[in-house]
Ligand binder design. Sequence first.
Ligand code: SN0
Length: 316
Amino acid sequence: MKKFTSVKDINNVADWVKQALQLKSDPFANKHIGQNKTIGLLFFNPSLRTRMSTHKAALNLGMDVMVMNLNNDGWQIELEDGTVMNQGSQEHIKEAAAVISQYCDIVGVRTFPTLTDRDRDYADTVLNKFNQYLTVPLVSLESAILHPLQSFADAITIAEHKKKPKPKVVLSWAPHPKALPQAVANSFAEWMLQSEVELVITNPEGFDLAPQFTANATVTHQQEEAFAGADFIYAKNWSSFEQYGQIGKGLDHWTIDQAKMNLTNQAKFMHCLPVRRNVVVTDEVLDSDYSLAIAQANNRTYAAQTVLLNMLKNGQ
Ligand code: SN0
């Protein structure tokens, strides 16, 4: 496996969930496989769960780990070919990626979108340039448009908590004070459409996600109608894809509270974290015993470990 950047890089979600649950039941069984192998985790943006869970996954496999915050600690990287580099950027991605490949056997990259230039963001330029110039396998630690390690952990969590073979899973937009990427939502839709679930997406008008990730999904602009009979409510804010990067106005009534959860089939509540309390979701829901937010975060380790194990076994 040379890259893990989307659900398209794996053959079958159910198989991968099974592998992850197996690893979770015996996390140190493969400790010899990563011996003398190094993973480099490169961050252009903040991270808590991705950083710690991927680090832990690598340690569970016996790997060594190098973490670098590229924005603050590295040279400013040039991505365009043929640039006369007499301005701000100091090192070209060609050299940077080639050099990193000398030190690392697997590389992870986190890079957020601009939320101002849709074409550039949806070309996923930073991730794709690393993919082009690294000579070792690449793991997305959340790109401009997708967050596959999060969605994989979410699929594991749903498999553990579902009470029927094909649960109703509702991805609900929720308010937020800041423009956020569409990556978590795009990715969740992409993974759920490859899973044995009934996916319904609910968001205000003007907030429909990119068709390339949501084709065939049911979309409704009526949140309460979507919640009826739901087994899982997955809350997430995203800024508009249509009015690119806009956060909208007068949408505070989309906050998820107990009254809305009462419309569901005793649904579990999910969120990838970090979450703005009492904006996205009320304290009552987040602190309830039906919230899976911490269980999702725990499964990030086993999602990452499954990916790294596959790369260590079949990477080169
Ligand atoms: C990121 C996002 O893609 O929505 C990472 C989620 C895993 N979230 C944020 O940037 C939240 C920042 C904020 O201001 O609350």
